[in-house]
Design a protein around this ligand. Structure first.
Ligand code: B4P
Length: 189
């Protein structure tokens, strides 16, 4: 089973992705978390990614795709994967479609978390105060929202054409939203 969780920065992808992957017993892959781990370890990938992340920009597609290929080849991914924060561009989506096709698989469902923009900013500023993530400052948040609208939102039409998008109202508390996510995947799990 290959699930994706799509939404603007702060929409709850990481929060809901972890819960639903655990519920389904499949691996969760967060490209954001993998990149942050690489930054922390100071690897060449991390050093390259940090320049983009701190400015609120996307890390180049070829860097992300080599990460994803490695993960899809791993034995942890054998039962399926929940991809959180990936894909973020149409070239990433077409590339993963091809990778899955080569394995006689396809994207089963895309969960789209829909959250009002003022709530997104409130959540990310709250996280900034708590965790001090270097990309959670107002300037970078505004840039990330712009990048989302310009480069990631077109993926909704891309996956609508495949008939796999499930829209989840992402306002409310974490448990309420998780119940909606579970309802949506219920028919697929
Ligand atoms: P991500 O790690 O994906 O970060 P994000 O978009 O900010 O969302 P995240 O999943 O962390 O937060 P969530 O909404 O769960 O990406 C970071 C950066 O990495 C990108 O800007 C980019 O540079 C790079 N990157 C990652 N993937 C890439 C790709 N495929 N291609 C290119 N570049 C890539 O939660 C936000 C906050 O809200 C949390 O504090 C959470 O606790 C809170 N929250 C969640 N649900 C809530 C609720 N219901 N009510 C109140 N608060 C809630």
């Amino acid at each position: 089973m290959y699930l994706m969780i799509l939404g603007a920065p702060g929409s709850g992808k990481g929060t809901q992705g972890t819960l639903i992957a655990e519920h389904l017993g499949i691996a969760e892959v967060s490209t954001g978390a993998l990149l942050r781990a690489a930054v922390k370890q100071g690897t060449p990938l991390g050093l390259e990614a940090k320049r983009f992340m701190d400015q609120g920009l996307l890390v180049p597609d070829q860097v992300i795709l080599s990460l994803i290929r490695g993960i899809l080849d791993s034995k942890e991914a054998a039962r399926g994967v929940l991809m959180d924060g990936f894909p973020r561009t149409v070239p990433q989506a077409t590339a993963v479609d091809q990778i899955l096709k080569d394995r006689k698989a396809q994207v089963d469902m895309v969960l789209l978390l829909e959250v009002a923009e003022d709530e997104l900013v409130t959540r990310l500023l709250a996280r900034a105060a708590k965790e001090g993530r270097s990309d959670d400052n107002l300037e970078s948040i505004k840039q990330r929202l712009k990048v989302y609208h310009d480069q990631t939102a077109p993926l909704v039409a891309y996956y609508d054409q495949q008939g796999v998008v499930s829209r989840i109202p992402g306002m409310g508390n974490v448990d309420e939203i998780q119940a909606r996510v579970r309802d949506a995947v219920g028919g697929k799990a």
